[in-house]
Write a protein that binds this ligand. Structure first.
Ligand code: ARG
Length: 457
């Protein structure tokens, strides 16, 4: 096929080179952005008297027709075209004749592709944010039911102190709020229009870049034409935000996998999100959570891929930059799938409060509270810590727990112990007394829930 860019070259590239060079396989998903951008471009050209109103009308009608036909499936993407920009222009010219050839006045594919990608990704930011909101609000709903459900909190995966399951879950809700914030920040910085930067240096036509930007819903324009066509930091930034989000989802998935194991048994995932084994009939595998954890590596890879592609590129456009799209599309698709599966998986999981309580009771997680009891009676913390440790060691030796040791035994360790120590080490009390802001007490968790809901709106 004759190339539209056949200028000084014959435009007769080898078939292999054509296939290698082509991006239509993956950039055709930006057809809406490409056509919307072109309609705004035609309007701007007419407003500045660069084309006639009649030309503008023909271009606009032609483009709108292509959009409608692509949406309905009446028009199929031609895989032989180099990219979506060439495809649209080619069909337009086929349909409306010579006027179609005027569309590319005062622009280049370099600013066009940068425009399309920004428009595409800003919409993805919004869609992904919706998915995050859904997961955050599901988490908050489950947390609300479990503000009094005691479980062991861990450090080093060793039982540490009692927390409520609600408190535990709200930690993830807080992370997701920051993920939302990061994406919004990223969307805001991305929403600046590169169109009109042209190939690299701007144009001699008397264009109105701001008008075009405004029509397309941008908040401003790239103020340096070289920058406008060269940088893809907005895509890198977005993948950075998505990588951090996936890191959070992956940690949460890891906990779901652990909790769903026989050893923990804190939750039971619904059959709808559990798989079996082809050989071991007893298995309830948390494949969905494992896949979220696994796909996190893939999103990190997408980020690293683009960073590496960009790091040695001189200004302005280089064909290497065509490699920006597959990774960022893959990252967006992956994140949306993960969010989509996580929300119903969390909403339908069964929480085994009895198992959580058992783990909490067996773990000496009130040892800090025992030390604090002595501190409140006047003993320095380090000494109290030692006595509490000694008592835990004794319990371990005798196969018992702190709650069951008789008062006489306590008093052999310190005269400060009195009957009220049992109240101080009662797990429920240990949790409820953690009233510091952000702590695990019921009131605090309710405050956290209210805060998250107010942000989610
Ligand atoms: N398909 C190209 C890309 O995705 C469009 C820009 C091509 N520009 C050029 N001068 N070859 O990056």
């Amino acid at each position: 096929m004759a190339k539209m860019w056949a200028g000084v070259t014959a435009g007769k590239t080898d078939q292999l080179a054509d296939d290698f060079n082509s991006s239509i396989r993956f950039d055709s998903r930006m057809f809406r952005e490409d056509i919307t951008g072109s309609i705004a471009h035609a309007a701007m050209l007419a407003a500045r008297g660069i084309i006639t109103p009649q030309d503008c009308e023909a271009l606009t009608d032609g483009l709108a027709g292509i959009l409608a036909d692509l949406e309905s499936g009446a028009l199929a993407i031609d895989p032989a075209c180099e990219d979506i920009h060439m495809f649209v222009e080619q069909v337009l010219t086929e349909r409306i004749g010579e006027t179609g050839k005027k569309l590319h006045t005062a622009r280049s594919r370099n600013d066009q592709v940068a425009l399309d990608l920004r428009m595409y990704l800003r919409r993805e930011c919004r869609e992904i944010s919706e998915g995050i909101r859904e997961v955050a609000s599901t988490i908050t709903g489950v947390a609300e039911k479990h503000t009094a459900t005691i479980m062991p909190g861990y450090t080093h995966l060793q039982r540490a102190q009692p927390v409520s399951f609600g408190h535990y879950l709200m930690a993830y809700a807080m992370m997701l709020l920051r993920d939302l914030d990061r994406l919004e920040d990223c969307r805001r910085r991305m929403n600046i229009s590169p169109i009109g930067c042209c190939a690299l240096a701007g144009t001699t036509y008397d264009t109105d870049r701001r008008m075009e930007a405004e029509r397309l819903g941008f908040d401003g324009i790239c103020l340096n034409s070289l920058d406008g066509v060269s940088d893809r930091d907005f895509a890198v930034e977005m993948m950075g935000a998505l990588s951090i989000l996936m890191m959070h989802l992956s940690r949460m998935s890891e906990e779901l996998i652990l909790w769903a194991s026989w050893e923990f048994g804190f939750i039971r995932l619904s059959d709808a999100y559990t798989t079996g084994s082809s050989i071991m009939p007893q298995k309830r595998n948390a494949d969905m959570a494992e896949l979220i954890r696994g796909k996190t590596g893939r999103v990190y890879g997408d980020l690293l891929g683009l960073l590496t592609t960009l790091k040695g590129l001189p200004l302005a456009y280089n064909k290497d930059m065509q490699e920006d799209k597959e990774g960022v599309f893959d990252a967006c698709d992956t994140v949306k799938m993960c969010l989509g599966i996580l929300a119903p998986m969390l909403a339908t999981m069964e929480v085994r409060a009895d198992r959580m309580l058992l783990a909490a009771q067996e773990g000496f997680i009130n040892a800090t509270d025992l030390a604090d009891y002595l501190v409140k009676k006047g003993m320095p913390f380090r000494s109290a810590y030692k006595i509490s440790g000694g008592l835990v060691a004794l319990c371990m030796q005798q196969g018992t727990v702190l709650e069951k040791l008789p008062l006489e035994t306590y008093r052999q360790y310190s005269e400060l112990f009195e009957e009220d120590l049992y109240e101080a080490i009662d797990l429920k009390n240990c949790m409820e007394k953690r009233i510091s802001e952000g702590g695990t007490s019921e009131a605090s968790v309710r405050q956290q829930i209210a805060y998250v809901r107010s942000v989610l709106g």
